[in-house]
Design a protein around this ligand. Sequence first.
Ligand code: ADP
Ligand code: MG
Length: 749
Amino acid sequence: MALLTLKDIGKIYVSDGNVAVGIRGVNLSFDRGEFVAITGKSGSGKSTLLNVISGMDSYEEGELYIEGQTTSHYLQPDWEEYRQQYISFIFQDYNIIESFTVLQNVELALMHIEDKKERRRRALDLLDRVGLSSHVHQKGSKLSGGQKQRTVIARALAKDSPIILADEPTGNLDSTTSAEIIELLREVSRDKLLIVVTHNFEQVEACATRHIRVFDGAVESDHVISRPVPTTKREDIPKPVSKNAKKADFKNGLTLGRTVFTAKPKLSAFLCFLMIVGTLGIFMVTTLCGEAGALFDDYNMFTHINGRVVLTKQNGAVITEDELEQLAAEYGAVDTLHYDVLLDEGWQYHASYIADGEENYIRGRCIYGKDYGTDIVGRYPTAENEVFLYLPIGKQPHFGKDSLTVDEIEYDGMILQVVGVAYYYDNTQTAEFLFSADGFRTVTAAFYMGVRSELNIEVTLVGKETFFYYGITPSFEVGEGKIYINAPDYQKALKASGKNEPDTTVKIESRYYNYNYHNSNSSSSYAFSRSFGNSYVTHTAPKSDSELGRYYSEVMIHPSLLREMAEEVWVQSYRQASLFFADDEAAEAAAAQLCEAGYIAVPSNTTYTPPADETVVNMISALLFAMMWLLAIVFLAFFINLCSGRTLGAFKNDMAIMRSMGIPVKVIRVSMYVRMLLALIPAYIFVAVAAFVIFTTPTLNPYFVYLHAWQYVAIFVGMLILTVRTTHKQIRTLFGESVKKSLRGGAAE
Ligand code: ADP
Ligand code: MG
């Protein structure tokens, strides 16, 4: 039985409406051990014939039999297997993968050997046989034509296929080298079928056992020169021995991907760069997306502190101090805060501190009763003028990592002792100033008395009556019962009175807020009078008249005086209070009971539904964000696709060579994914390192939007999806064309 039989085979090419005959009516039969030389004019169909035999090109007529078996039912994968099993192809222009080393080129054909060491040994053996031992690590592009063709022959041998097809293998070589190659071919194909297409029959005359002439696509003559050397019947071709072909394909794809990746370092570097750009893009888009996500966060009615219950009365009456204490005892609260307005005040306050000889600012909220855990620097505040700071990690270099380095801050005119600090990484959070109960009352008093708004302060000097409008500041520096007036007008009045330390009456008139969460805020007026004997008044006297104008109008009073004023107002107007329980669970239980007892009581983590119009606005903004995000992703995908697509051209030919060798599409496909995913690694490392550096370098923290762990995961997964999709597209582009078309030397000359 013949090894290979062609029966009435015909192939036509149709391109641009022109029909060209490739081959027609070809009836041929080949056996093992034959050395067939095919000659004919250019364009006579020699290449077409070889392409048909190799299964790389389709044909319209006739049928091809391999070992007596018909191939008429073959589909693409069957032809692949056919090539893998039977065919080695040697082209005129070498077709080695130029970016691979000689060894890698040969190993490519030895993929079916699972053991790496064995694979290497066999490859080196074969290279020895073709006389390339000293060039194994040379890149394909650095070889001479003869060396390239030797590599191809070694590769063909590696496959150990029964059929070797050579299309003008010496067409580009000088005569000496040509002779060597032909001799080598003859030598390695002793028990195989070797079909050589050549211009130059003389070259092969000595070895050929058969001479076929083609003319105009048809066989013109078929002349047997000598009987094929009889061979012992071939044993079965060593088929890829693998229990799990899928697994083997995957493993080979992995190896191939790695080789492809390292073989073209410049191209791979470009891909890596592309991936980094893409990842940064997703990084930015994700930070935007994170902000959109916040639109759907639950709204807490109140600042949540573990165990806090916010309390008002249904009838809107003021809660008295006694009543609050009584409720606390009755329901088992561990702490109370009668005037809790600042806990829920949206506004943020500035504190300033001196560090590195410069004045710095912190914006934050006043907090009471919060626990920042035990991993803190210093301690929690106990005295009125002490404060604990909860700061972004960016402030750590100023305030200290193990012990405090800034020990006081100026807050609303008050100098406060910093006794402790804790840091947070999420720089979208707000800093917090944690006070002791007394301290919190002081700052609340300052807020409530409208200290930051304009006050009418009426100052009466003995013998002279004057009205001034001053700002007021609580200050621990001023002794209790004293006030400190510093203003040009006051200095003038003092001068006019002829006294340095006059008897003074100060009358303060302040606006205050009728404060209740369930009603809107309204302001009322409040008058507060105190007389200060001359011994209580302090002031700084200007040194000259010209200095007068430089003084900023300011009345400083001791916080205790401010609280005294506030207390009178609170008692009349403040309708809310906080009770603190052991934990949220206890708070919830107590709140339920308090509600039954006729109070309006809610745990501070209670959420509320924003009004409909706010919800609509939020949804529209979220939609816009989502659209922006999507657009950015699409753009990014397009960009990466475009840029990486340009790197594909360089691979087209290599892939075609691999396919012509019968390397399964699956393996190549896996290798493509591996190549792209490998390029992704530096981008991942880049992001991870950047995140680590930002995380460990406090000064960098404020310059980057804080990302949560899940957002990093989103970036990684997003990039993965983008890469897989891009690769998928690339594969489609790459495999869309037939193998033959993308191969050099395959088409007509
Ligand atoms: P040879 O290798 O003997 O020079 P070919 O087999 O390459 O000849 O070509 C045989 C005929 O088929 C020629 O007429 C050639 O123009 C035509 N042909 C070959 N390949 C193609 C192709 N891809 N598209 C159109 N015509 C082709
Ligand atoms: Mg040709």
